[in-house]
Design a protein around this ligand. Structure first.
Ligand code: ADP
Ligand code: MG
Length: 322
């Protein structure tokens, strides 16, 4: 069995890769972080708990990826550039079979974004993984939830609902063949944080949020904080490639209130429509205009003909569900 210090040294300590912004990494009482002169720090934490956010038998490599991906997604939603992260880990046992793939999955994504692991804490206990990410953003450039303006277009990146479809498959809520479940599950287990898009939207978008609990609920946070309302065209929602094959009602429900999508939902002035499309192209991700912000409070759903659509939706809430 590895000791706590062997474990940290072996799996979570590497020579510094970005000495300019991380003068001191893992190994001292604190790490030292040096954001570029004049930049603001963007900071966010996300905790993943076994049995709550992932299945006990979850593949450790994918889990390592996902833990960091959901945190990078928060930086993306702020338009911030990733700098570094810390990892607080409670583990039932120090097993190399778990730690090696977990750290590899996590550090591969870290390297892809130039985001350095600078410290953390390690303790014995039920599996619980808490990451804090640090990013940088120019003063005034952050994509805040309170910045949507009536008249803005509403956009979403990538596609929605396949992660929720996979969950429905695992829970036997609906029958799915193995190929469909396998494809949809990739969206659940290996989300792609839209960091490049978040950065490309700086100076173009007004408000942004990452879609983790379902589009309708997460967009609702923007509307509430910005004191505006919105109309969404449910026929414009980009359903995931597996969800697209499902019946209309399910398609709409999972695209609007699925959760675990990790796409960006953002608003931008209508005059910047072409610039938003160009930002998506530059970042290598589709962006779809799905509605518009207006002054009437609340979120209203329409189909392409403009007819109102009524759907029972519930956003994910840890304390509302059993
Ligand atoms: P302290 O007693 O000061 O809390 P620790 O003994 O917990 O320090 O940690 C020693 C060093 O290892 C610190 O620099 C800490 O940030 C780092 N560390 C601990 N756990 C992890 C981890 N899971 N990943 C990365 N660094 C870690
Ligand atoms: Mg400690």
């Amino acid at each position: 069995m590895l000791s706590e210090f062997d474990l940290i040294a072996h799996y979570f300590t590497r020579p510094p890769r970005h000495a300019d912004r991380v003068p001191l990494g893992v190994g001292d009482d604190c790490a030292l972080l040096a954001p570029a002169a004049g930049m603001q720090l963007a900071i966010s934490s996300d905790m993943l708990v076994e049995g709550r956010h992932f299945f006990p038998e979850a593949d450790p490599r994918l889990l390592g990826h996902k833990c960091l991906a959901v945190n990078l997604s928060d930086l993306a939603a702020m338009g911030a550039r990733p700098l570094a992260f810390t990892l607080a880990l409670a583990l039932p046992e120090a097993s190399s079979e778990w730690l090696a793939p977990f750290s590899e999955g996590m550090l591969a994504l870290a390297d892809a974004h130039g985001c350095e692991l600078i410290g953390g804490d390690t303790t014995k206990g039920p599996l619980n993984i808490c990451i804090t990410v640090f990013g940088e953003v120019a003063p005034g450039a952050a994509l805040r939830r309170d910045a949507a303006v009536a008249g803005d277009e509403i956009w979403v990146s990538g596609s929605l609902g396949d992660a929720r479809l996979a969950l429905a498959g695992y829970r036997h809520e609906i029958p799915l063949d193995d190929a469909t479940l396998g494809e949809a599950a990739t969206r659940m287990h290996a989300p792609v944080p839209r960091v490049a898009l978040g950065l490309a939207l700086g100076g173009i978008a007004h408000a942004a949020i990452d879609v983790s609990d379902g589009l309708a609920g997460d967009l609702g946070h923007i509307l509430e904080r910005s004191k505006v309302g919105a109309v969404l065209n449910v026929d414009a929602l980009p359903a995931g490639s597996m969800l697209r094959k499902q019946p209309q009602e399910l398609r709409r429900r999972f695209a609007l209130a699925g959760g675990d999508d990790y796409e960006l939902c953002f608003t931008a002035p209508r005059a910047r429509h072409e610039q938003v499309l160009a930002a998506g192209a530059a970042a290598g991700v589709a962006v779809t205009c799905i509605g518009r912000v207006d002054a009437q409070p609340g979120l209203r759903l329409e189909d392409t003909s403009g007819a109102p659509v009524s759907l029972q939706l519930s956003s994910f809430d840890h304390f509302a569900s059993p």
